[in-house]
Design a protein around this ligand. Structure first.
Ligand code: ATP
Ligand code: MG
Length: 431
């Protein structure tokens, strides 16, 4: 395998790994993605697996999703698949939908425009950049990291590498395609992705990229909050939230990307427990992430020893979440859940035997509150006794609820529902 060339030349030949020299087998590829690849290929289009799935297959990992790249335009793809929907206002993509909610994403190869091609209005650049179709080679160069730009060709099962990604994969190195300073300026979210892959794959981040992150960190404030929100959710669903945010904070990314938020050791420890949960294949929801980000700060503002009235505690929880939730345009429902989690933890920390305990035990959020409270105690090495008492109370309440239901059923014989149909008015029979 050739050594990576840090100044990747645009005219260099790609490195091609024939079927016999790599371990990707079609058995590892999702059946629906294979269907899409084959149909495109049979219709005379180029059809490649692209992006993270090729990287993961070569590493022997299970890909999260299988993305397809092709020279067919989105409209042409739509004509080939009845179950195809064109999505994305800026980046037109074809989604081929299958039963069981599965989607195979098909993107037409794109290219980076030259500076002279860009429209004068800077606001139009992003739109323009994302919609210029190109060759597979150009498509590889517009991607973020060399290991994310490998292609698998369904026509001959070859792996194609235009950017030195195979050598980087072997060296377990994460390298930005092109000049990191430019690529991070172009799209600041790539900085967060760099830290994510650094942690997720355990690949080293090269010095040039590291320095560029320090230099360009403030640009994170310009990135679309919706994209950052999506990336943050992805971090926690992949079980790397704590480690990535820790690095992001050390490199000055957190403040600009999270509306001035700053984390602390106790919070990172709590987020680690959330990550362990995700790694054990448990569902993580966003309200839980938000509440975990703010729980330590919440305790500082509402110490249990202060015996604050609940109305004040509720107000404080709302206030704490305002900047973050407004920045990411988090819905009222979700914001409310995060607040309930915080205030619920406060109620639990006060101990049992308080007013409103029965209502709390019956509240549908309480099991989630207890989970968060327990995680908090664990993260801080505190005694779990109180959490265990709450668990017992919750179990008892459930048990007595079930019994009450059962006895209600046996005591009250079911009444037949009264017929709603009105009898037709009696009319005198004609004699
Ligand atoms: P995973 O899906 O396992 O999280 P991935 O590498 O597939 O990792 P996606 O977010 O699914 O990540 O993106 C698919 C591909 O699109 C990437 O592999 C990369 O080639 C390209 N890509 C994604 N985001 C960017 C970006 N901001 N700039 C350039 N290329 C990107
Ligand atoms: Mg992917």
């Amino acid at each position: 395998m050739p050594e990576p060339n840090h100044n990747i030349k645009d005219d260099a030949e790609p490195v091609i790994l024939p079927r016999s020299e790599h371990g990707i087998s079609r058995k590892q590829i999702d059946a629906q993605a294979l269907k899409v690849l084959y149909r495109l290929h049979r219709q005379g289009y180029q059809a490649y697996l692209v992006g993270g799935c090729v990287r993961d297959l070569l590493l022997g990992r299970t890909p999260k999703d299988f993305d397809v790249g092709t020279n067919a335009t989105p409209q042409e793809v739509k004509k080939l698949f009845r179950n195809c929907f064109l999505v994305g206002r800026r980046f037109r993509l074809a989604h081929i939908r299958f039963g069981n909610n599965q989607v195979v994403e098909v993107a037409t190869f794109r290219r980076q425009p030259g500076p002279e091609e860009l429209p004068e209005d800077r606001g139009e650049h992003a739109f323009f950049v994302q919609n210029l179709f190109g060759t597979p080679r150009e498509d590889a160069f517009r991607r973020d990291f060399t290991v994310n730009a490998l292609f698998y060709n369904i026509a001959n099962f070859e792996v194609i590498d235009h950017v030195g990604g195979l050598a980087d994969l072997k060296a377990r190195r994460l390298r930005v395609i092109g000049d990191p300073l430019l690529r991070f300026t172009e799209d600041p979210v790539r900085m967060l992705r760099a830290l994510e892959f650094n942690v997720r794959l355990g690949f080293s981040l090269d010095e040039e990229a590291r320095e560029a992150i320090y230099a360009r960190a403030p640009l994170m404030a310009d990135a679309a909050p919706a994209r950052i929100r999506e990336e943050i959710l992805g971090l926690f669903r992949n079980g790397v939230g704590s480690a990535v945010l820790r690095r992001a904070q050390a490199m000055g990314l957190i403040g600009p990307m999270m509306a001035g938020y700053e984390s602390d050791e106790a919070t990172f420890a709590l987020l680690e427990i959330l990550d362990q949960k995700a790694l054990a294949n448990d569902q993580i929801d966003e309200a839980e992430i938000i509440a975990s980000l703010f729980l330590n700060r919440f305790w500082r503002n509402c110490p249990v020893s202060a015996e604050l009235p609940i109305s004040e505690v509720l107000q404080m929880a709302s206030l704490l979440l305002t900047a973050y939730c407004s920045y990411y345009r988090i819905s009222h429902g979700l914001r409310h859940q995060a607040k309930e989690l915080l205030v619920g933890c406060y109620r639990m920390a006060r101990g049992l035997g308080r007013r409103g305990e029965r209502r709390l035990l019956r509240h549908p959020m309480t099991p989630r509150v207890l989970e968060l409270y327990r995680a908090w105690l664990k993260a801080n090495g505190e005694s779990m006794t109180l959490a265990m008492c709450w668990q017992q109370a919750l179990d008892q309440q459930r048990q007595s609820g079930k019994e009450a239901n059962a006895s209600q059923k046996t005591q009250q014989p079911r009444r037949r529902p009264r017929s709603r149909r009105r009898r037709p008015p009696r009319t005198a029979k004609p004699s």
